[in-house]
Design a protein around this ligand. Structure first.
Ligand SMILES: C[S@@+](CC[C@H](N)C(=O)[O-])C[C@H]1O[C@@H](n2cnc3c(N)ncnc32)[C@H](O)[C@@H]1O
Length: 203
């Protein structure tokens, strides 16, 4: 491995630890002070239907973190299989599961295993069917062509390997499948001081 590749690998490991710490903190202390939108206020700002937020368990709503509303274009149909990339405490996946219905499947994927425990608890509390896999979006633990729709909200920007993430999404999508992604893009190359700061990258 080259020095540059080794440096990137160790920065990526530090970044993943920071991502786990930060989103765990949002899930455990939703009333805390974070420098990004979260909770019900954020969801309403992004145009989530207040009826969804009343229907979902409080734990999923309070811990919600995102940058937009992937449900505006996802058009999930009954019986479809949905992947919720970076599912957090599960608000987005639960909303998708109401459209997929009992014959559909919603699979959350999260780096942080304790998020999957939260998803399972929130799904059980709301009587909704949603699975969760612990894993990485750069190496999605699902077979080729197994998903009708991918939803994702503020997750792909967190990866150091965005091209690999996109390859994985196209690998798991069925032919004719759909992506509904809300995310952050920068029109300018980020400075090295931002890239090297896990706190800034993770948020
Ligand atoms: C902005 S939150 C999305 C929350 C969510 N959609 C909701 O309904 O609240 C980002 C989530 O992506 C997860 N994540 C970050 N990097 C990841 C990776 N490489 N693979 C899988 N999940 C990741 C984080 O652990 C966090 O739970």
């Amino acid at each position: 491995m080259t020095d540059a590749a080794a440096a990137q690998e160790s920065l990526e490991a530090v970044l993943k630890d920071e991502i786990i710490r930060m989103y765990q903190d949002v899930a455990d202390n939703p009333e805390g002070d974070f420098h990004f939108y979260h909770g019900r206020e954020a969801a309403e700002l992004f145009g989530y239907d207040p009826a969804w937020l009343d229907r979902a368990p409080l734990g999923a709503v309070e811990s919600f973190a995102g940058v937009g509303n992937p449900h505006l274009r996802s058009n999930v149909q009954a019986g479809e299989t949905v992947l919720d990339l970076g599912s957090g405490a599960g608000l987005d996946g639960l909303i998708a599961s109401w459209s997929a219905g009992p014959t559909g499947t919603v699979i959350g994927l999260d780096l942080n295993p304790s998020m999957c425990l939260k998803v399972q608890a929130n799904a059980a509390a709301s009587g909704t069917k949603m699975e969760c896999r612990q894993g990485e979006m750069e190496d999605i633990p699902l077979p080729d062509q197994s998903v009708d729709v991918v939803i994702s909200n503020g997750v792909i920007n967190l990866s150091f390997r965005k091209r690999k993430v996109m390859e994985e999404l196209f690998r798991v999508l069925k032919p004719g499948g759909r992506l509904s992604v809300t995310d952050i893009v920068s029109a300018k190359q980020l400075s090295q001081s931002i890239i090297n700061d896990p706190k800034l990258w993770a948020s």
